[in-house]
Ligand binder design. Structure first.
Ligand SMILES: Cc1cc2nc3c(=O)[nH]c(=O)nc-3n(C[C@H](O)[C@H](O)[C@H](O)COP(=O)(O)O)c2cc1C
Length: 161
């Protein structure tokens, strides 16, 4: 029997607007000793080697970015595989984040994943007309957000050890 030192974690992230979600992913990866890949880099064969998988991106039109949702839709069926979801977005709020995460969450649940926890914070946003006013959430995610991301990852680690 193999005796793994710790949970093998993969974080799949799609982040392009200001690399906001990538910053969050990097902090989490550091805490979880995880590998980060984009949806384009992940092969379905890869997934077998990980016992915890994180899925994160910015939010566009009230859901995670399309390349992440499309990857999730191609995942093979699993049996209670642990996962977590995260995002950054222009506008936050408990109900809003729950709604923003709903599409990805429902795909993952339909594929047999168990979503252990979810994280979100504000991200710098210069989408559309906002760029004419210097954008919203300048400096986000900030040190506080990244600290929360670290605590989130630490709690996940204790939950999966
Ligand atoms: C095309 C586009 C659409 C967006 N739609 C939303 C949205 O529906 N709700 C929201 O709260 N933020 C929205 N945002 C803001 C982004 O989710 C936010 O800036 C995020 O932090 C970007 O993440 P990234 O830098 O990792 O790509 C949108 C941004 C862009 C560029």
């Amino acid at each position: 029997m193999t005796n793994k030192a710790h949970t093998q974690t993969l974080i799949i992230v799609y982040s392009y607007h200001h690399n906001n979600t990538l910053k969050v992913a990097e902090v989490m990866a550091n805490m979880l000793h995880a590998i980060i890949k984009t949806p384009g880099e992940v092969t379905l064969n890869d997934l077998k080697h990980y016992d915890l998988i994180g899925f994160g991106s910015g939010i566009d039109s009230g859901r995670h970015y399309k390349p992440l949702l499309e990857l999730a839709a191609t995942l093979p069926q699993e049996e209670r595989k642990p996962a977590f979801i995260f995002s950054t977005s222009g506008v936050q709020g408990q109900l809003k984040v729950a709604k923003d995460h709903a599409k990805l969450r429902s795909i993952l649940v339909s594929k047999g994943y168990v979503v252990l926890d979810e994280f979100s914070c504000k991200g710098f946003n210069t989408n559309s007309f906002l760029k004419f006013f210097g954008g919203m959430n300048k400096g986000k995610p900030d040190a506080d957000d990244l600290n929360r991301a670290m605590t989130f990852a630490r709690n996940l680690r204790s939950a999966t050890l």
